[in-house]
Design a protein around this ligand. Structure first.
Ligand code: PEP
Ligand code: MN
Length: 444
């Protein structure tokens, strides 16, 4: 049951409602919004306070048909913002990317990864210390020393850190070392652990059980919330289906479904959701596009040698490219522009000279590309208004020539991307030209 107080209710009215609920052996969870206060009533027999609507200051009493209450939008009409260290997640804040290795394998690899992902714009570091692996014979994590390493990485990079807790008895230790306690997919139904992290002073990342419905997942969140911890982030990480082409089926429709049911922030984990490196980028973009508040990405300095989840971990350059793409599509905020160098920070001479040469090349490239487009337009005009269209054979040959040009550091596919973009723009110019001459002919 949810008791909605009227905007004019006094503090005494709220206290009175709360006391009445508690006197009937029920729990009252008060959530004060900007405009009004809402009180969640939790207990086995909420009918004991069936007449609470007649108390002063009560505007409405909503009987909740969902089995979850504290997690519901009715209880908390405003979206919740969870602070991960000093990073806000949810409530229309910028997309937050948390990245790092599946397992902390050594101090060095963790620090290298932390520095790299921080540099690329990640706002949190993940790393498993205790790994709940399917097989007892595979790497189980470094345990407590990994928590020390995470704390050190936070100290050095300023990134808040997150790690998975697998045992209720470890919650206090985690609280001393990390900023977010992760409850893994395999433990989503571990109610002892859920109650224990509900006592934590830190936010909890609650992963969806791979066999759990959205309602069961929200009920798991309810365990944490009703134990006193209101800082829960839900993480969609894929579910088991009959599909075998991917490790799991990343249920992205869960994001808008959750949005309609809960106020809690939502994270998407395309790494575990797909299990394959080449699918992580596309599904991360999709997760961001569908409204996730945060993304979880596994990154490793050398994925083929990773002790766990190497197949789904991005290399450093792959992670950088994904962050660029998120920014290009404006799903992630552009990095703050580099400050103009002050008198004392003029770049050293060789960099200045190199940049001057780059500027010269960019200027020539820009005018060459324009000249090329003007020639393409001449070709279109020579063909006549109805003769537009491109010569696919010539275009293919150009792309092949570009890919074969091995005189520099660009990879064949990068050369093809560049020339592909030039060709697309060129076709657009030709179409506009054809349309203009068509309209001209009609007008004539
Ligand atoms: C992990 O994040 O490394 C992990 C084990 O995830 P999940 O619980 O989603 O399998
Ligand atoms: Mn993993």
């Amino acid at each position: 049951m949810i008791v909605v107080m009227s905007p004019s209710a006094s503090r005494e009215d709220v206290t009175n409602v709360r006391r009445t609920i508690e006197e009937h052996g029920l729990q009252a969870f008060v959530s004060a919004g900007q405009e009004r206060t809402v009180i969640g009533v939790v207990g086995s027999d909420v009918d004991r306070v069936a007449n609470i609507g007649s108390l002063d200051g009560v505007e409405q009493v909503i009987r909740v048909t969902n089995p979850y209450k504290l997690a519901s939008v009715e209880h908390h009409p405003e979206r919740t913002r969870v602070m991960v260290g000093s990073v806000p997640v949810g409530l229309g804040e910028d997309l937050v990317v948390m990245a790092g290795p599946c397992s902390v394998e050594s101090r060095e690899m963790l620090l290298d990864t932390a520095r790299w992902v921080a540099h690329e714009g990640a706002r949190g570091l993940r790393g498993g210390a205790f790994k709940p692996r399917t097989s007892p014979y595979t790497f189980q994590g470094l345990g407590p020393p990994a928590l020390e390493m995470l704390a050190e990485a936070r100290q050095e990079t300023g990134l808040p850190v997150m790690s998975e807790v697998t045992d209720a008895a470890d919650v206090e230790t985690f609280d001393r070392h990390v900023d977010v306690l992760q409850v893994g997919s395999r433990n989503m139904h571990n109610f002892v652990l859920l109650r224990a992290v509900g006592q934590s002073t830190h936010p909890v990342l609650l992963k969806r059980g791979f066999g759990a419905t959205i309602e069961e997942w929200l009920m798991a969140a309810e365990y944490i919330l009703s134990s006193g911890n209101s800082n829960v982030i839900l993480c969609e990480r894929g579910i088991r289906t009959f599909e075998t082409a991917t490790r799991n089926t990343l249920d992205l429709s869960a994001v808008p479904v959750l949005r309609s049911k809960t106020h809690l922030p939502i994270m998407v984990d395309p790494s575990h959701g797909t299990g394959q490196r080449d699918l992580v980028g596309p599904m991360a973009l999709a997760g961001a596009a569908v409204g996730a508040d945060a993304l979880l990405i596994e990154v490793h300095p050398d994925p083929p040698s990773a002790q766990s989840d190497g197949e789904q971990s991005l290399s450093f350059p792959e992670f950088g490219a994904l962050m660029d793409e998120l920014r290009r599509l404006q799903l992630l905020r552009m990095r703050a522009a580099e400050p103009a160098p002050g008198p004392s920070e003029v770049p050293p001479a060789p960099i200045g000279a190199l940049r001057d040469r780059i500027d010269e090349i960019d200027d020539s490239l820009a005018s060459l590309v324009q000249e090329r487009a003007a020639l393409a337009l001449d070709v279109q005009r020579a063909r006549g208004a109805n003769g537009h269209g491109h010569d696919v054979r010539r275009e293919r040959e150009l792309l092949e020539r570009a890919a074969a040009e091995g005189g520099g550091p660009l990879a064949p596919e990068e050369m093809m991307q560049i020339f592909g973009a030039i060709l697309r723009a060129s076709r657009a110019v030709q179409r506009r030209g054809a349309q203009a001459s068509l309209l001209g002919e009609r007008g004539a």
